[in-house]
Design a binder for this molecule. Structure first.
Ligand code: GDP
Length: 600
């Protein structure tokens, strides 16, 4: 807290961040005070002297105005950058030119333990804030709705809980900007509260805590805050910055403040999109309507969706025949963060699928068919496991800097030493990130989180529930079981080390002797060879050895039997071989074919 009657001098203009620094307060505290004076400013925005002075006075400061020096020569201050560093835009927005980006409403998901009041909260907000439409204000269930607060919109995802949230993320859609974590004040932090925190964190989504059921006689908000701090979510007043407020979804107490706080966090996150481009976004839910055919609720994430647009959603496509808001009113266009029910699709899409607007029906059909083919090919391929090896590969490609682990153990006493040992592994470039830890069997929720976060699931003295096991199998998630701590640590350590310094070994697959050479159009010359042992494969590595000396090391780019392109030729057969960037074959050369394998 600020010291009383300290004097500060405030310049003509000051950013919210600098003002907070100057006053020794958190930016959130400053923004809240600004809100109470009716000013919505994000952390990078500048406020004038009079406004800053009100905040400073509220915090108990005496103020003096700083005299601006040499105002004539000073160039006008450049605008603060529109994107605060701490909030990276997601990929779809990153490709937009900054000047095309406009603010967009936040998309909020409500999470928390069962019976803590998520549904009641969503219902209360919906009934008190939804703009009653022409359809008589009768709202229908569409999976998402938008409310208006102080002239600003907030979009709520109407399926509470982290299961839906993670299922969407696993399909590639990240729609949530802010998570409201509901904790009942008479029940406190429960297993799903903790899961919800981990899921929101794994997705880098800011959390606002709504301590609910404050009307109840046995409610204890301070206890809830302490318990949250104990599980690593420090709220204001408990050593952290996470906003927490007490509400009653039943009586409506302080729900308006909760909505203000959502707008505040949205403002800080500087949520933007480019409304002037063809729309892309995610499916919130799909439904088969007896009268209207395939329908879906789409949430526009970037661009604007119009009636008449041609869309592709996964393997489904169609021309949008009509669009409706959640009250059933017809709308012609849907800007960013706006959920709409659309008609005109060829099939019912699944929640979490991504939609894209394309130029015409031909490209829509081609894209949908291509996706269907890719899926069928993937289904025929052997079951893919997200193995340690695959994660290495991704890390090597620079795609991942953290080794995500979901850890379940039989008892708390086992969890702690495992966690502390795991956290010591790795170095600055690569470390273990435990995105979720808990007691008990491995559940479907754990697998869902693993899919969404590309994590390995480790069970210490616990098994996976049958449903979780089959989900892991289908989705290709690796579950590793351990009975001794040192083995778990050793495996993880090896994984990280392998990652840091991968060692590959050439494993010879076969040899072929050059019997003749001939002209080949693209390569210059190719070799007619006889496979002496093993196999020769297209795309494999190959060396050319002449009198036991290596004259070439590269790849086989062409492989033919008679006039046919083939993938593989085995011992005892003849074939034509073309190498990348090599044409100087001589009769008697030996082509040694090999593959590179990671040394375990
Ligand atoms: P959910 O499982 O988290 O969606 O929880 P619900 O919204 O279904 O609420 C569970 C129960 O708690 C219901 O009986 C609600 O009426 C009750 N409830 C929800 N919010 C409050 C509240 O603020 N105060 C009181 N007293 N009861 C509440």
């Amino acid at each position: 807290m600020a010291e009383k009657s300290k004097v500060v001098s405030i310049p003509d203009q000051i950013s919210v961040r600098d003002l907070a620094d100057l006053l020794g307060a958190s930016p959130i505290e400053v923004m809240k005070l600004l809100i109470s004076s009716g000013i919505m400013a994000n952390i990078n925005q500048t406020v004038d002297y009079d406004t800053a002075a009100i905040v400073a006075t509220d915090l108990g400061f005496e103020i003096q105005q700083e005299i601006a020096e040499a105002p004539e020569e000073a160039p006008p201050a450049t605008e603060a950058p529109t994107l605060p560093e701490e909030v990276p835009l997601r990929d779809i927005y990153a490709q937009e030119a900054p000047e095309d980006l406009k603010p967009r409403p936040p998309v909020v998901t409500v999470m928390g333990h069962v019976n803590h009041g998520k549904t009641s909260l969503l219902d209360y907000i919906r009934h008190t804030n939804v703009v009653a439409g022409e359809a008589g204000g009768i709202t229908q269930h569409t999976g998402a709705y938008q409310v208006e607060v102080n002239g600003m919109e907030i979009t709520f995802i109407d399926t509470p809980g982290h299961k839906a949230f993670t299922a969407m993320r696993a399909r590639g859609a990240q729609v949530t900007d802010i998570a409201v974590l509901v904790v009942a004040a008479d029940d406190g932090v429960m297993p799903q509260t903790k899961e919800a925190i981990d899921h929101a964190r794994a997705a880098n989504v800011p959390i606002i805590v709504a301590i609910n059921k404050i009307d109840k006689a046995d409610s204890d908000a301070e206890m809830v805050k302490k318990q949250l701090a104990d599980v690593g979510l420090a709220v204001e007043g408990w050593g952290g910055n996470t906003i927490a407020l007490t509400v009653s979804a039943k009586e409506g107490t302080d729900i308006d403040t909760l909505l203000d706080m959502i707008l505040l966090v949205a403002e800080m996150s500087n949520l933007q999109a480019n409304p002037d481009r063809p729309a892309t976004g995610a499916v919130i839910e799909g439904q088969l309507d007896r009268n209207r055919g395939a329908t879906a609720t789409l949430l526009v994430q970037n661009g604007t969706l119009h009636v008449g647009d041609q869309v592709v959603i996964g393997e489904t496509y169609g021309r949008i025949r009509a669009m409706f808001d959640e009250a059933g009113n017809r709308v012609k266009s849907a800007p960013p963060s706006f959920p709409v029910v659309v008609l005109g699709l060829s099939d019912v899409p699944q929640a979490g699928e991504i939609f894209t607007v394309v130029d015409n029906e031909k490209s829509a059909r081609a894209l949908a068919e291509q996706r269907a083919e890719e899926r069928m090919a993937a289904e025929q391929a052997p079951v893919r496991t997200l193995s340690l090896d695959e994660i290495y590969a991704q890390m090597q490609a620079g795609a991942v800097k953290e080794f995500n682990v979901i850890l379940k153990a039989d008892v708390q006493g086992a969890l702690e030493p495992v966690v502390s040992s795991l956290e010591k592994l790795g170095d600055e470039d690569l470390r273990v990130r435990i995105i979720h830890q808990g007691i008990g069997k491995i559940t479907e929720s754990d697998i869902g989180l693993a899919i969404a976060s590309q994590a390995v699931v480790m069970g210490f003295n616990v098994q996976a529930e049958p449903a979780a096991r089959s989900m892991a199998e289908i989705e290709g998630i690796q579950i590793r079981y351990y009975r001794v701590i040192y083995k778990l640590i050793e495996d993880t350590d090896k994984a990280l080390k392998g990652l840091l310094e991968p060692v590959y070994e050439a494993v010879v697959m076969g040899h072929a002797e050059v019997r003749t050479t001939f002209r080949a159009s693209k390569l210059g010359r190719a070799a007619g060879v006889y496979v002496e042992d093993g196999t020769v494969k297209r795309d494999a590595h190959a060396r050319v050895l002449r009198d036991n000396e290596e004259v070439y090391d590269g790849t086989i780019v062409s492989l033919r039997r008679f006039t046919e392109d083939v993938n593989e030729v085995v011992e005892g057969l003849e074939c034509g071989v073309g190498l990348a960037g090599f044409a100087d074959f001589e009769e008697g050369d030996v082509i040694e074919v090999y593959k590179r394998e990671r040394v375990a």
